[in-house]
Design a protein around this ligand. Sequence first.
Ligand code: IMP
Length: 293
Amino acid sequence: MYNTCTIFVRLQLYIYCTTIVHILYNDQCWYVPKWSSVRRLDDGKTRKKRTVFGQKDKKHFAAIIKMSIFAEMKTMVFATNNRHKILEISEMLKDIVIVKSLSDVGLSGEIPETADTLEGNALQKAMWVYERMPECKSGKMACFADDTGLEVEALGGRPGVYSARYAGEHCSFDDNINKMLAEMDGQTNRKACFRTVICLIEKAESGVNGERRTENGERATQEGEMSIKYFEGRVDGTILTERYGEEGFGYDPIFMPDRFAVSFAEMPLEVKNHISHRGRAVAKLVEYLRMKN
Ligand code: IMP
């Protein structure tokens, strides 16, 4: 016969165990202690004040506990191995889902990007993952991909969907920047924008086919077993005449977003995430995931 106290203790134990298992399996290191500030004591000596969690960490820890108790935190596979993108997107989604890269889930190989629109490429990349992951087909995981283009007004919207290969197949970020600076040399109209389209593929909730708008106005299609959704983000700015900053990747050193006096490569990641094309597309994805949860 259990008395109330035993049941309470067992419930507590269950919560602790599920939380720990969740933390271990999600590869998160929430327990790293931080020695954040020095406190002066009455006797004139100083002692380091131990703060186990920063304010931000506390929130995430609370979110993990909530998830551990009430629901399974969903895993989403992001069709990329770009370390910068994984970092950017994991940061924005960390309270809602666990983001895994292609190498995290053991997928390798060249993903085709042969469409002539951002939407087409994003769909192609997400589908590549979906077809290879039984966990996605069963609904255990979802997968998503993004495609971005830099559209320069004076170049008639080029390089757009071909931004990665602007200076040729297998070119580097540096080659692309050099080519852009050369093409834009002497050009007075330096307006440009980055556009990102994210394509999310999930298991459909019912087998209805057809196309519709999601609550936030994005396009969604449902084809039998899978549901496909698109989220778009855009940031306007200027192409600079030379490189500024060391952060970020791609065209970051030569792109200055409107209402800022620095390039993307001179900004802290949190600021870039907040205003960037990808940041805005992810914000729509986050809104959708929050509504769904
Ligand atoms: P992707 O389709 O997202 O791989 O982007 C295509 C190309 O656009 C990349 O190879 C980069 O050169 C560029 N790009 C994408 N996102 C960014 C960004 O946030 N900053 C600068 N360049 C980017």
